[in-house]
Design a protein around this ligand. Structure first.
Ligand code: DC
Length: 461
């Protein structure tokens, strides 16, 4: 059996620990353990029972009624509080505060210690928290202290809460965070501090992909240092150049016949429901590898683009769509393939490379998620990474609905295929420089925006 590897990541709230650790764990094939969720579960219990989270004795008594467990479903951690899955209930500002208060109590820390150590002793894992390197896993193979400036951390947290529809202001989030930072680092029991042998990683000014790459390289470096004769986890995967040939089983995801038969129906549906107008279909080259990059305004977008029937398109789609068997059958039939968003999904990346190597058309929404204002938004650099690795040209596509939600019989949709952006125009050398990737991404998204604005001038009433 291969050696169990434990990686400890500590740091203040909002440093991006959980998203970064989750993505790195996925790449390395480790499980990811978010220990903050355990404290949050206890915080939630104290709120529900109206137990004063600062009252040592009352919380101590309360603990005898609590059973906290971790379960893993589809690789995702779930927290069970007396058997109830509370993972969705523990991310509110109230629970954050209660968690911070109960986490200061030695009884609570002792209560959760064995659970954390037990999981780490049985699994290669990345565990994040405040005292993982100092208390929970003092012998961890790699220790990282992850931080970012207070304002940047508050900005990220605010965006997260806003996206979830929470009613908070930036000032409230910043003030809350300062309070929690203070609590976490000044408490007597296991205060937040950098372990002596931890590597400090500061993500201020770095985007998600850069931060993930940085943390992954620190881990790789440390593991190699510790055991030069032993290979780091899955090195062949991580160190493979992006353009390496990839074997992939296309039968698994594609059913061409269904796509060909379905397309005329999708065209008819789009005409009837959305009076769809296609512009510039002739701009799409008839042959050769190609990336079709569109802005993302609704769940219908792959259909809007596909129904123009310019070429058979293989669209990258969020993996959540592949969970329900029926939806999975339909989207798979329409040649979509799953991507796990925000995690630098290697498998989806390789699948995309495989498609383009076979001279097929990859459909991609560079923003990664639907825009909230129904106009083009900010793109992630995944598209530039794929362009750099494959040399494929890009057709920018603007999808327009008048800046409004897409509604059947009420919305006029216009889909414009722009002039090809040659790969050489993107100024990509080897696809490793973050600045190059960002500028190429901006160029692609910039074209989409220009087209969108023009459509808006011409079609908005
Ligand atoms: O990481 P988070 O925001 O989900 O953590 C919630 C609270 O729990 C936070 O105030 C700090 C505390 N915590 C802790 O004291 N020790 C840990 N290992 C993890 C979290």
């Amino acid at each position: 059996m291969s050696k169990i590897i434990n990686i400890a990541i500590d740091g203040p709230s909002g440093a991006g620990k959980s998203t970064i650790a989750r993505a790195v764990a996925k790449q390395a094939g480790y499980i990811y353990i978010d220990t903050g969720a355990l404290y949050r579960a206890i915080g939630l219990y104290s709120l529900r029972g109206q137990v004063d989270a600062q009252d040592q004795e009352a919380v101590g008594k309360m603990l005898s009624d609590i059973r906290v467990e971790l379960a893993f479903r589809e690789g995702e951690q779930r927290v069970l509080l007396n058997g109830e899955d509370v993972s969705g209930l523990i991310r509110t500002p109230e629970v954050s505060m209660a968690a911070s208060a109960v986490s200061a109590l030695p009884a609570v820390r002792a209560f959760l210690l064995d659970l954390q150590r037990d999981i780490a002793s049985k699994n290669s894992c990345i565990m994040d928290g405040r005292d993982i390197a100092t208390v929970v896993l003092p012998n961890a193979d790699v220790k990282i202290f992850l931080t970012a400036s207070p304002e940047e951390r508050a900005r990220r947290r605010f965006a997260e809460l806003e996206a979830r529809g929470e009613q908070v202001t930036f000032e409230e989030v910043l003030a809350d965070q300062k309070q929690r930072d203070y609590n976490d680092s000044h408490r007597a029991a296991a205060p937040l501090k950098q372990a002596e042998d931890a590597v400090l990683v500061d993500t201020t000014g770095k985007d998600f992909e850069e931060s993930v790459a940085l943390v992954a390289s620190v881990i790789r470096g440390r593991l190699e240092q510790a055991a030069p004769a032993e290979p780091a986890p899955r090195p062949e995967k991580k160190e493979r150049a992006p353009h390496t040939k990839v074997k992939y089983n296309f039968k698994k995801f594609t059913t061409h016949a269904f796509y060909i038969i379905a397309m005329p129906f999708t065209w008819l549906t789009c005409k009837l429901l959305y009076r769809i107008t296609y512009i510039g279909r002739q701009n799409v080259p008839k042959k050769g590898k190609l990336i079709i990059a569109a802005n993302h305004i609704s769940g219908w977008d792959p259909v809007f683009v596909g129904s123009a029937m310019v070429r058979v398109i293989h669209a990258m789609a969020k993996e959540e769509l592949f969970r329900n068997w029926f939806v999975k059958a339909v989207v798979t039939g329409l040649n979509a393939f799953p991507v796990s968003r925000g995690s630098g999904d290697r498998r989806a990346f390789e699948y995309a490379l495989g498609l383009l190597e076979r001279e097929k058309v990859l459909g991609i929404f560079p923003e990664g998620t639907r825009s909230k204002d129904y106009r083009p938004g900010k793109a992630k650099s995944g598209i530039a990474l794929i362009a750099a690795a494959t040399g494929a040209d890009i057709v920018p596509v603007a999808i327009w609905s008048g800046g409004k939600p897409v509604r059947a019989f009420r919305t006029h949709v216009v889909v414009e295929f722009g002039k090809v952006i040659r790969n050489e125009e993107l100024g990509l050398t080897d696809g490793k420089k973050a600045s190059e990737l960002r500028s190429a991404t901006r160029k692609i998204m910039g074209r989409i925006e220009e087209m969108w604005e023009k459509i808006d001038e011409n079609y908005a009433r």
